[in-house]
Design a protein. Structure first.
Length: 306
């Protein structure tokens, strides 16, 4: 991909670039000299068979978030058709800040960050579904039955033996109300800036039980012994959202199993190895191994995991 072409589209000449992290997509930081002033941009290039849909979804939702009191990037370049580099992309002015994951473990500010994550998610779940003009956001009445089937399918792929009745009772778990779901609400996708909290990476947005997002966030926030921060996040979310926490423990167990099984797929491991290169053994030893163990501590409630 010729980043110089993108710099021209953004109004200047490329003077610096850096490839950033990201698993499913590619991200870059571009420094662009526009009439003597260097501006910095984030560029996200979408991959996969649904790349166009992901880019279109994220573009629409970033516009919608600001309407409901949430911070979101202001897109400078939207190439949904992939004219510039053969793949759909979005670019926005660089947002200075830190991910919530970088700040949660720090004294004095960790709980403030956790509270901010809870408040942002409560606002996100208040967005009326009628405002989201995206036809593929189907209303899933059997939400948890679908999640159970997903976990069973992942277990089959991994050749894991799950007790016959371990998941069946969870299929009928109730949904208090359907809301917009982020789908990947973890501390790495929340950006803390001097002007507010940005909810990022909306390409996987769907509709379902808001407790899915809560459980997903709790699984990651509490990793590394951040239990106080996890509790602060949950308290702030439930205080502002007025959503009932009924059934959260079982839903957390199911979501944790889903994440755990996904990480263990050969495709996931291969993709992580490709993305991290020679650093994969270090990433696996320092992060993935402890994350798996942490997720097991939740999912053991419903699965027979050794």
């Amino acid at each position: 991909m010729d980043l110089r072409v993108l710099a021209k589209r953004l109004g200047g000449d490329l003077v610096g670039s850096k490839k950033l992290g990201g698993l499913a997509n590619e991200s870059y930081r571009l420094d662009v000299n526009a009439q003597g002033e260097v501006k910095r941009f984030s560029v996200k290039v979408y991959r996969g068979s649904d790349a166009r849909l992901k880019a279109e979804k994220e573009l629409k939702l970033y516009k919608l978030l600001r309407k409901y009191g949430l911070k979101a990037p202001r897109v400078s370049l939207a190439d949904i058709e992939g004219v510039n580099c053969g793949k759909p992309l979005l670019a926005w002015e660089w947002i200075e800040g830190y991910t919530a994951d970088e700040l949660l473990g720090k004294k004095r500010i960790g709980e403030v960050v956790a509270r901010s994550m809870g408040a942002a998610l409560a606002l996100f779940h208040r967005i009326p579904l009628g405002e989201v003009d995206l036809p593929l956001l189907e209303r899933r009445e059997g939400f948890w039955a679908s999640e159970v089937n997903t976990v069973k399918f992942l277990a089959q792929l991994l050749d894991l033996d799950i007790p016959g009745d371990a998941l069946d009772d969870l299929s009928g778990m109730s949904v208090e109300r359907l809301t917009l779901l982020h789908g990947d609400y973890n501390p790495g996708n929340v950006l803390i800036s001097s002007d507010g909290v940005y909810v990022m990476d909306l390409e996987g947005v769907s509709v379902g039980d808001p407790l899915f997002d809560v459980a997903y966030a709790l699984a990651f926030i509490s990793h590394g012994g951040r239990w106080r921060e996890a509790l602060t996040f949950a308290r702030e979310y439930f205080r502002l959202s007025k959503v009932s926490s009924h059934g959260l423990a079982l839903k957390l167990a199911l979501v944790a199993a889903r994440i755990r099984f996904f990480l263990d797929l050969a495709e996931s491991r291969g993709f992580l190895k490709w993305r991290t290169g020679t650093f994969y053994p270090l990433v696996s030893a320092l992060y993935l191994r402890s994350l798996r163990k942490h997720l097991d501590s939740f999912s053991r409630k419903i699965l027979s995991l050794s």
